[in-house]
Write a protein that binds this ligand. Structure first.
Ligand SMILES: CC(C)(COP(=O)(O)OP(=O)(O)OC[C@H]1O[C@@H](n2cnc3c(N)ncnc32)[C@H](O)[C@@H]1OP(=O)(O)O)[C@@H](O)C(=O)NCCC(=O)NCCS
Length: 140
């Protein structure tokens, strides 16, 4: 697990209140999952976070349900979400991007969708992922 923590509010994080720590990565070797190692890493991280006087931890994760379960089991609340959209080929790019420089044509594009019509976007493109923000208030 690696966490980058703020010396001043909003240096790294975007959702919690106060000074936060962003969990950039957390992973346990596949042969050793579901043995409590991730939870122990989280506990140790919270100890260090409290020594650094942080108010909350923030993390963003894509839509694997079991990873979401892990965050929720570890008392993180889901705060926000948007979509990761992969566009491939002329059909998926049609009416989405406007290229202003002559000679360029998008072949593959990765985009964030933060608007309200998520269902429409999910239906239109083959590859769409939810990216979810989790926040754990350390002052509770
Ligand atoms: C998420 C992760 C760090 C959890 O670590 P861990 O040591 O396996 O988790 P713990 O043993 O502390 O917690 C287990 C709980 O997590 C969830 N979980 C973890 N792996 C799971 C799996 N393969 N299937 C279903 N639930 C799972 C469950 O809620 C589980 O509780 P349960 O066993 O009582 O059902 C680990 O599974 C991992 O490395 N995942 C891949 C990397 C990743 O996606 N990281 C997040 C990026 S932001």
């Amino acid at each position: 697990m690696d966490i980058e923590y703020e010396l001043m509010e909003r240096q790294v994080c975007s959702r919690g209140v106060g000074r936060g720590g962003m969990i950039w990565h957390v992973a346990v070797h596949p042969d050793y999952r579901r043995l409590g190692i991730g939870t122990n890493l989280r506990r140790e991280a919270e100890k260090l976070a409290s020594e650094a006087d942080l108010d909350y931890l923030e993390a963003w994760t894509r839509d694997d349900e079991w990873v979401r379960d892990w965050y929720e089991q570890n008392q993180f609340d889901s705060m926000d979400s948007y979509l990761h959209v992969y566009m491939d080929g002329s059909k998926e790019h049609k009416d989405i991007l406007e290229i202003q420089t002559a000679g360029f044509k998008p072949i593959q594009t990765f985009a964030h969708y933060t608007g309200p019509e998520k269902e429409k976007v999910r239906n239109r493109f083959d590859r769409v992922h939810d990216c979810i923000c989790y926040v754990k208030n350390l002052r509770k």
